[in-house]
Write a protein that binds this ligand. Sequence first.
Ligand SMILES: *[C@@H]1O[C@H](CO)[C@@H](O)[C@H](O)[C@H]1NC(C)=O
Ligand SMILES: *[C@@H]1O[C@H](CO)[C@@H](O)[C@H](O)[C@H]1NC(C)=O
Ligand SMILES: *[C@@H]1O[C@H](CO)[C@@H](O)[C@H](O)[C@H]1NC(C)=O
Ligand SMILES: *[C@@H]1O[C@H](CO)[C@@H](O)[C@H](O)[C@H]1NC(C)=O
Ligand SMILES: CC(=O)N[C@H]1CO[C@H](CO)[C@@H](O)[C@@H]1O
Length: 432
Amino acid sequence: MASPTLSIFIISSLLIVSSFSNAQPKPKAFTFPIRKDDATNQYYTTIQLGSNATTLNVGIDLGGNFLWFNSLDYFSAADTYRPILCGTKQCRIANGVGCIFCFLSPPVPGCTNNTCSDYSLNPFTGTQGYSGLGQDVLRVSSTRGAHYKLNDFPFQFSDPVLREALAAPTVGLLALGRTRVSLPAQLSSAFKISEKFALCIPSSGGNGNMIIGDEVYRKPFQQISEAIQTTPLLRNPVSTYGNEVTGNLSIAYFIDVRSIRVGETSLALNKTLLSINKRTGEGGTSIRTVRAYTSLHRSIYRAVVDEFVKAAAAKNIKRVASVAPFGACFDSRTITSSKTGGDVPTVDLVLQSSSVYWRFYGSNSMVRVGEGVMCLAFVEGPPNLTGPTTSIVVGGYQLENHLLEFDVSASKLGFSSTLLLSDTSCNQFGAA
Ligand SMILES: *[C@@H]1O[C@H](CO)[C@@H](O)[C@H](O)[C@H]1NC(C)=O
Ligand SMILES: *[C@@H]1O[C@H](CO)[C@@H](O)[C@H](O)[C@H]1NC(C)=O
Ligand SMILES: *[C@@H]1O[C@H](CO)[C@@H](O)[C@H](O)[C@H]1NC(C)=O
Ligand SMILES: *[C@@H]1O[C@H](CO)[C@@H](O)[C@H](O)[C@H]1NC(C)=O
Ligand SMILES: CC(=O)N[C@H]1CO[C@H](CO)[C@@H](O)[C@@H]1O
């Protein structure tokens, strides 16, 4: 007779094999395409959900809580949709805040009885939706080109009103935030891969890529990754999400910007604004893919614009009338071009020490707004939709064509210089 230890070993090996479809080798990392919608400056990916692998384009929300969407294509094919019931382990994992009752027979996504529920937030309009959470199978592709099923992937089938202001090709938002139901957290726990992801966001017209897990990148990205600068990811003790309970940690990614440099000049900024107020959650710097441009608290914005205008004038760049929402615009014929975009004063976010800084060249700091006019691509903000006010919200335009590595378990962000300096871009990013 086999010893108890041996039979346990056999059973657990069988379980491991059967949890991967077609007994595929254990994946290391998964890949998702990223595109930019030029009409809205939103970034989105494509996922396949449900037994019929319904294709859904969903925006990418770095600070989002869980996947939410509304789509008739999925609705009519949702035969494997299952609600997450109140009081279940899945409901606790999803941090559901309530229980809803809905009596359609047969039940449909969005109307099921005794269902764990939560608020979703459209960060473009500030609209919140409250409805039940459910789960279905998500099809994912590994960086080696193999296909896997992520069973019981949690999400919310939301009210159609939440789709307002989303990019036309998209039907919802995919969350990458620090929750247990975000895509990186779910892939990490289902496939026992590292809870980290690399984000390479394309500029207009390009195709970027996101890799979740641990992977060797193709040239020159592996070399860029090995030389990457890192900075701690901070947690704001107060939620900035608006609809989360105050006192719960924020699910957005924060970094410790200590000062800002424009050209050679370090700006005199109010340090209180730069750090996170542990009591109110105000202040500090977060990174959000759902903001088109970096927004700066009024006093920081004024200081950056004033110094930028001064340093641009020293380079004989001619200022012209401002075009909203931007506060400093220039005659593009007076700007020399270089491989990192217009040759303008650099803007540095200086992090934990003066030698660790995230530098923005013209390709990330100047945006063309019309014939012959380019503007400094920062805005005064942030928009006061919900929650405490974050002083600096690093937005999409500044993230484009940088390799960003979010190591969630080590709470560390790796960021490269603009890829244009290495004669490449996010269009080329992928596994080796
Ligand atoms: C599944 O997809 C196929 C092919 O797109 C389609 O013909 C079929 O109607 C779909 N099934 C459901 C239940 O929607
Ligand atoms: C809905 O769920 C509640 C709680 O489980 C239960 O008491 C009730 O009978 C259910 N109603 C229907 C119509 O299924
Ligand atoms: C710095 O900012 C804080 C928070 O907004 C404010 O209370 C304080 O008055 C500011 N200090 C100065 C010197 O402006
Ligand atoms: C932001 O909105 C909240 C809620 O509407 C309001 O109480 C607060 O004063 C606003 N803050 C600013 C800076 O406008
Ligand atoms: C400190 C605090 O408010 N914690 C809350 C975080 O959210 C969960 C679920 O909503 C609550 O149960 C905790 O009380």
